[in-house]
Design a binder for this molecule. Structure first.
Ligand SMILES: [Fe+2]
Length: 308
């Protein structure tokens, strides 16, 4: 009998598979808290393999009670999952890491749903962050499983989306209203925007490491879907933006100091709540896996496209 996605996931997500890591699943189908590992110490190859397996299986994993990571250690740990990449050209850099620092003078702005760096030709497959300082309340982050969101689409909608291509790019729309960023809108900044022209990615990707399909359209970077009337494109993108917000596909992480999250940008989208103004430090490394680009899902109707 053909296994369902959920039964298949539950099989693969059995916590004993990941021992000696202790896994606490957070939502049906995605998200897990990982205990039983101290990232400040050398990790056995077995522990590293389990971490990679958990990251791919759950889409986003969290580790709590860790020590503050130096930039060098942060990059070493990210290399368990993939090769640290250049990261976003739009964020501040510290010794080999991205530093996203906010406070009263520079409040948060990244409160739109996205996967990291889909405006690049080679978008980051994964992201590894540590929130090293956080507000006493607020500043939490939401994730949505775009893989699970795809699975729950009707067969007819899947058939409509598979094979389509979307155009992604970064622009300054929205940033001009942020006075603290106005100083960045200088010629050099705008040159950097021009250095990164529009790129194309599949609307539904097949994950290069798991073979699973996910929605790969996000409201931050995706501007339109090719081959459609502009109204059709807008309508489909509005639908997908609202679909991935369904509570069944979302989780919220309430940060404690030095919590770590590692996620898969090909299966997850995220949203940083801009509901605070206190000091917050997000140290981030994005990473790629060589040759693992978002692949277009096979065209035509999926095998399960016939309604029962
Ligand atoms: Fe992000």
């Amino acid at each position: 009998m053909k296994k369902t996605f959920i039964a298949d996931f539950e099989d693969a997500a059995r916590p004993e598979r990941f021992l000696p890591l202790r896994i606490t699943p957070l939502m049906p189908g995605f998200g897990a808290m990982v205990d039983g590992v101290d990232l400040s110490r050398a990790l056995s190859s077995e522990a590293q393999a389990r971490l990679r397996a958990a990251w791919l299986q759950f889409g986003v994993i969290f580790l709590r009670g860790q020590k503050r990571l130096s930039p060098d250690r942060h990059r070493e740990l990210a290399a368990i999952f993939g090769a640290p990449d250049a990261g976003s050209h739009m964020v501040e850099k510290g010794a080999g890491v991205d530093l996203l620092i906010t406070d009263e003078g520079k409040p948060p702005v990244a409160n739109t749903w996205h996967s990291d760096n889909t405006n690049l030709e080679h978008p980051s497959l994964g992201t590894f962050i540590q929130i090293q300082d956080c507000p006493p309340v607020g500043g939490n982050t939401m994730w949505s499983s775009a893989q699970r969101a795809y699975e729950f689409l009707s067969p007819n909608m899947k058939a409509c989306l598979v094979g389509l291509t979307a155009v992604h790019y970064w622009n300054t729309r929205g940033y001009r209203e942020q006075t603290h960023l106005a100083a960045r809108l200088d010629a050099e900044f705008l040159d950097r925007v021009r250095d990164y022209p529009p790129v194309e990615h599949p609307v539904v990707l097949t994950h290069p490491m798991t073979g699973r399909k996910s929605i790969y359209v996000n409201e931050t970077y995706t501007k339109f879907i090719k081959g459609l009337h502009v109204y059709e494109s807008r309508c489909l993108m509005d639908f997908l933006a609202s679909w991935i917000r369904m509570p069944e596909f979302c989780l919220t992480h309430h940060w404690q100091e030095n919590d770590i999250a590692v996620w898969d940008n090909f299966t997850m989208q995220h949203y940083a709540l801009a509901d605070y103004s206190a000091f917050r430090v997000n140290q981030r490394v994005t990473f790629a896996v060589e040759g693992q680009a978002p692949q277009a899902a096979a065209g035509g109707a999926p095998a399960d496209a016939v309604m029962a």
